[in-house]
Design a binder for this molecule. Structure first.
Ligand SMILES: Nc1ncnc2c1ncn2[C@@H]1O[C@H](COP(=O)(O)OP(=O)(O)O)[C@@H](O)[C@H]1O
Ligand SMILES: [Mg+2]
Length: 253
């Protein structure tokens, strides 16, 4: 019998809050740096932005000498290829993932799903219901936050009313926090989050340009990539490592 991997999604209804970014950062960190076996199912039709990022990453590694050398060193050291990125429709995501897991000879620890934000589609809801854990990025914009909370509340209700659901937990976390500390506004918002009984991660993620940094073609250090883990020097102050340690504990990886 093969080991059953955990299904994890960074998910919410709104676009532009960090779903894809954290999917890639978490996958690359756990796979390249921590030695876990990871697969990514990109179900964000029709953008397929993770699949596209992989394509860009590969082209840059081919054309840039520094990246080429770094990639060679890394893959020789870890003795495995880049993690698989599988494209699927949101409705078919679970079947596609299970077929892949059955056929692939490797065992996986975790599969990340990047699902689209349209939760009012039954297909997306069905796929979300099959996750073991959902992490929902929220930002301190009233509308985005309301939408994030309503998403979390409806997922939690689904969890209570549907005994077949796999979901073991849904956690919110602050993303794109301005400045070094959270302001009083956050305290007010957090009271509301508490009233809804929704768990919130301790770690918050600041708004910093690093989160937009990809391979650049000049051999510069890279934050977000499907081929490398986050750069060691850039990770300091990003709170990314803190977030991923907190998440790893919760999902008991
Ligand atoms: N903490 C952050 N600081 C700065 N930019 C961020 C942060 N998190 C995400 N971003 C940027 O916000 C944009 C939207 O993120 P993305 O992951 O594509 O969102 P989604 O998948 O939810 O639509 C991207 O350009 C990403 O680089
Ligand atoms: Mg996205």
């Amino acid at each position: 019998m093969k080991k059953e991997p955990l299904f994890v999604a960074f998910s919410t209804q709104k676009g532009g809050v960090g779903k894809t970014t954290f999917t890639v950062l978490a996958a690359s960190y756990l796979y390249y740096l921590k030695g876990y076996n990871v697969a990514v199912v990109d179900c964000d039709f029709p953008q397929y932005s993770i699949q596209k990022m992989r394509k860009r990453d590969l082209e840059l590694i081919e054309s840039d000498e520094t990246y080429h050398r770094l990639a060679f060193e890394q893959f020789s050291k870890i003795g495995k290829k880049a993690y698989p990125i599988i494209c699927a429709s949101p409705d078919g995501a679970i079947d596609v993932a299970n077929d892949f897991l059955d056929e692939d000879r490797n065992e996986y620890d975790v599969v990340f799903f990047d699902l689209p934000g349209t939760v009012n589609s039954q297909g997306v809801l069905d796929s979300l219901a099959r996750m073991d854990y959902i992490f929902t990025p929220i930002i301190s914009d009233r509308l985005v936050l309301e939408s994030g909370l309503s998403f979390a509340v409806s997922m939690n209700e689904l969890l209570i009313t549907n005994p077949e659901i796999n979901l073991k937990g849904l956690y919110l976390f602050w993303n794109m926090v301005d400045g070094r500390e959270k302001t009083d506004l956050y305290t007010v918002y957090e009271q509301t989050i508490n009233e809804f009984g929704l768990p919130l991660l301790k770690t918050f993620i600041p708004d910093t340009k690093r989160y937009r940094k990809e391979l650049s073609g000049e051999g510069k250090p890279v934050f977000r990539s499907t081929m490398f883990p986050v750069n060691k020097k850039m990770v300091c102050g990003s709170n990314l490592e803190e977030l991923l340690i907190e998440i790893t504990r919760i999902i008991k990886l």
